[in-house]
Design a protein around this ligand. Structure first.
Ligand code: GLN
Length: 498
């Protein structure tokens, strides 16, 4: 049962062949069997999940009209507030915090009858690309437990690729949904900025953050996308427009006559050979399906990484000021006579990890009066140039494509002490965030040299998310018939798995 797609599970539920309680229990059993090795979850809400499952079964029995994925279980990145359930954003500073409210994404999941099984591991405050910056230890890639699943939403991606959950939610500030999807052989989508409410999403970099879906198929991801997206008055940057028809697009995948633009700057040098080969193969497949492949030039992308690593830390230095020992979670140094400043400083020292401190310092420096124009101001100008590059490219192509990440999954410990090397892994994903547009990563096969999954990235203009699904579903179907089975079926089975 757990190896099916979410769409198949939903179908079985609708036909009465199984119940949500049964389905949820099967996944909780899987978690109990394999999560000791994968460590995708920070918190498993066994009781809460079974109660939600029971409730949705009762709603179905009473004849209530339910969402298409009602009763299907899901794993939630620990960056989203869920009422009464421990929420840490992967940080020690939030240890013990139980939010008094639901984020909008969680409210939407609950009213859609989706069962939330627990909170998944992540890089602290979503800062990182490997989940190694979590305050609670790393998550391990189910394809090879000595490797990282990517990040920052590595727990969510690992949960879906290890069949602990059919669906998961991540957040993508600079690639944190697409890159772990690529490294674990699943589908991940970063929707258009403003399409999914950020209310209750613990802020890292507010102008870049966006929550989005993970699934094992393009259609599953679309089903979750439609449930979680939509306008929200509680988020001032939320777009007041209908959710693009992504499920229809995923069902009618077609690229005949579609113009697909290959970004010159996002391939070749710096990309692992096996990654480039699978990317090129996928382009041939798309061409054979009737797409027109063109090359597009985005010269400002060269500066995207530098601009991102000024803007994101700048915004985080302001957003993380709220963790002041007075309001949430941890408090240390609170001895008789200690000043508020001393308690604050002791708590922030104990509660924040190395990477978070590094970024707060970097961001504070970039925003300081003498350096503001030189650093933050210049980075914002680059952001505008990147938006212009995309606008021009989208006059030549309906969607743009690139490899999702320059390499396959690397070893735990390989880059964690070299932040620059880690940052370079975001080179292909970051431009999407800077421009506020949407992007998808889907599996393009395994790299010849290491047999690890490679991600193919598709990008579309703002609020044209359906194009990602239309092209993605066509490529997925063609690759499936080429390989004869989903790529995830080639992953080794975990020890103790039933
Ligand atoms: N790796 C990038 C960073 O560290 C992106 C993270 C993300 O998308 N949350 O900032």
């Amino acid at each position: 049962m757990i190896h099916q797609s979410a769409a198949q599970m939903a179908d079985a539920l609708a036909k009465g062949e199984t119940t949500s309680v049964e389905l949820t229990q099967a996944h909780l059993d899987r978690i109990a069997a394999v999560d000791g090795q994968v460590k995708a979850f920070l918190h498993v809400d066994t009781e809460g999940a079974l109660a939600q499952a029971k409730d949705v079964d009762a709603r179905r029995k009473s004849g209530e009209k339910l969402s298409p994925i009602a009763g299907v279980p899901l794993a939630l990145k620990d960056v989203l507030a869920q009422k009464g359930v421990p929420t840490t954003a992967g940080s020690k500073i939030l240890q013990g915090w139980r939010p008094p409210y639901d984020s909008t994404v969680v409210s939407k999941l609950k009213s859609a009858g989706v069962v939330i099984m627990g909170k998944t591991n992540m890089d602290e405050f979503a800062m990182g690309s490997s989940t190694e910056n979590s305050g609670y230890g790393p998550t391990f890639n189910p394809w090879d437990l000595t490797r990282t699943p990517g990040g920052s939403s590595g727990g969510s991606a690992a949960a879906v690729s290890s069949f602990e959950a059919p669906l998961a939610i991540g957040s993508d500030t600079g690639g944190s949904i697409r890159q772990p999807a690529a490294l674990t052989g699943i589908v991940g989508v970063r929707p258009t900025y403003g399409a999914v409410s950020r209310y209750g999403l613990i802020a890292y970099s507010s102008s870049l953050d966006q929550a989005g879906p993970f699934g094992r198929t393009v259609l599953d991801t679309a089903l979750l996308h439609e449930v979680m997206a939509g306008h929200d008055v509680r988020d001032a940057t939320s777009i007041n427009a209908p959710v693009p028809a992504v499920v229809n697009a995923a069902k009618s995948g077609d690229v005949k006559g579609m113009k697909i633009g290959v970004i010159k700057q996002l391939q070749g040098e710096g990309y692992q050979k096996g990654v480039q080969t699978r990317f090129d193969d996928s382009l041939h497949v798309l061409a054979s399906l009737g797409a027109e492949i063109v090359e597009v030039d985005c010269p400002s992308f060269e500066y995207a990484l530098a601009a991102y690593y000024l803007i994101a830390p700048s915004e985080c230095s302001s957003n993380l000021a709220r963790f002041d020992a007075m309001r949430y979670g941890l408090r240390t140094g609170d001895v008789d006579g200690a000043s508020a400043e001393a308690v604050m400083s002791s708590t922030r020292d104990a509660g924040f990890g190395r990477e978070v401190k590094r970024r707060i310092i970097l961001g504070t420096y970039a925003l300081s009066s003498g350096y503001y124009d030189a650093y933050y101001g210049s980075a914002q100008k680059i952001r505008t140039l990147i938006i212009q590059d995309y606008a021009k490219a989208f006059t030549k192509a309906d969607v743009l494509v690139s490899p999702t990440a320059p390499t396959t999954a690397y070893k735990i410990g390989e880059k964690v002490d070299d932040p620059m090397a880690m940052y370079l892994g975001d080179v292909a994903t970051i431009p999407v965030n800077l421009a506020g547009i949407c992007g998808m990563s889907l599996p393009a096969g395994l790299a010849d040299e290491d047999n690890l999954p490679v991600g193919f990235q598709i990008m579309a203009p703002a609020m044209q998310d359906q194009r990602l699904y239309q092209a993605g579903a066509a490529l997925e179907a063609a690759l499936l018939s080429k390989w004869g089975a989903p790529i995830l079926s080639k992953a080794p089975e975990l020890k103790g798995a039933k």
